[in-house]
Every structure is written in C-alpha cells, then in structure tokens.
Design a protein around this ligand. Structure first.
Ligand code: FE
Length: 199
C-alpha cells in the first residue's frame, strides 16, 4: 500500500514543534521520549499479542476465557494498560474472517500490539477496509474463499480488538513458544495469516 513519507503532515509538524519547545524549556528529555517510543515499538510490541494467540491455540480453557472477557484473559498473562482497557478477541473461523480498522483515526490495542504501523493510520486503509475489505486483503496477499464472510470491526476510543487467527495446520507437535513464533502482527489485525511451520 503506497504511502508518502516525503512530507510531514500537519500533525507531525505540530508534534515536532511541540517536542522542540518542550526540550528547549527543559521540560522533557528527548532520550526519555525515545525510550518510551522504543518501549512500545519493541518491548510492548506484537510479541505480547503472539503470546496471547499461542496460549489460546494450546489451551482451550484460556481460549474460552478470552472469548468471554478478553481484557481479563489478556491481563492474566501480564499484558494490560493504556489503550487496552476494553479488549475484545475476534476468533477467525473457516466461515468468518475478522479485519480491524479505525475509520476515525488510529485506535489500536497498544498492550498487545505496540504502536500501529503507518499504513494502519493511512486514509486509504481506513476507508478501503470498510468499502472493499477483500481488495485490501488481496493487497496484503491474503485470498480467502468466497464462502468466507469478512467482518470488519471499527475500533473506537472504548473498544480495541485482537484478531485470533486460525491455528495453522501441521502445528500439532509445537510448543507454545514455537507457536508464538508463527503469529505475525498483521494476522492479529486481520490483514495477514500466521506463518506456516517449517517442515
Ligand atoms: Fe482511532
């Protein structure tokens, strides 16, 4: 999906100006800001969500709890906090594939996925995900049978979604750690599939 990185948008300019002023006045330490961003990008990243999915794949009781109360089930693995206060888990099935978008802005479940990728915040994704979800999936290289319904979920300030992809075939003998390795960020947004296990 194309996205122009050459020009800073209005919001980026404002953020940058604000950061400069706050730094000059000594209110913030740019290194601390970088650390905060790095934390959400690498430490609190999609690996957390992958743990949730892998547990759901290997523990039916956990999966049941996740379906009933995703916020509590996810918190039981130690993942909670800002932008994850009201989580809903969407389980993909052969009959229904779930795709998550925020049509208004960029709402995203930070505690399990980290910061949203640039394309998630882009206008084309936000509008097309609703109008042409099958086309968006094709852009991501995902082709589903015509018989599979695609349900699009619009995030709000209140509710954040985590897609639980279907467990890939041929993974019966894998440990939870090995399963987590197969779970991609995109598969938890609904615009990708988990990786296939290496034979
Ligand atoms: Fe939003």
């Amino acid at each position: 999906m194309s996205h122009d990185h050459s020009e800073l948008g209005e919001m980026d300019l404002r953020v940058r100006a604000l950061e400069t002023v706050l730094t000059q006045k000594g209110y913030i330490d740019p290194a601390a800001l970088d650390l905060l961003i790095d934390t959400y990008q690498t430490k609190i990243g999609p690996r957390n969500g992958a743990r949730v999915v892998a547990r759901a794949w290997s523990d039916p009781a956990f999966a049941e709890g996740l379906e009933r109360d995703a916020t509590a089930a996810i918190a039981s693995l130690g993942f909670s906090g800002r932008q994850g206060e009201h989580m809903v888990a969407l389980f993909n099935t052969p009959e229904r594939h779930n795709l998550v978008v925020c049509t208004l802005c960029s709402c995203y479940p930070w505690p399990v996925l980290g910061l949203p990728p640039t394309w998630y915040k882009s206008a084309p994704y936000r509008s097309r995900a609703v109008k042409d979800p099958r086309g968006v999936l094709a852009d991501f290289g995902v082709t589903l049978p015509e018989s599979t319904e695609i349900r699009v979920w619009d995030s709000t300030a209140e509710v954040r979604y985590l897609v639980i992809p279907m467990r890939p075939a041929g993974t019966g003998g894998l440990s939870e750690d090995q399963l987590a390795e197969l779970v991609t960020r995109d598969s938890m947004i609904g615009c990708g599939q988990p990786k296939e296990p290496v034979a």
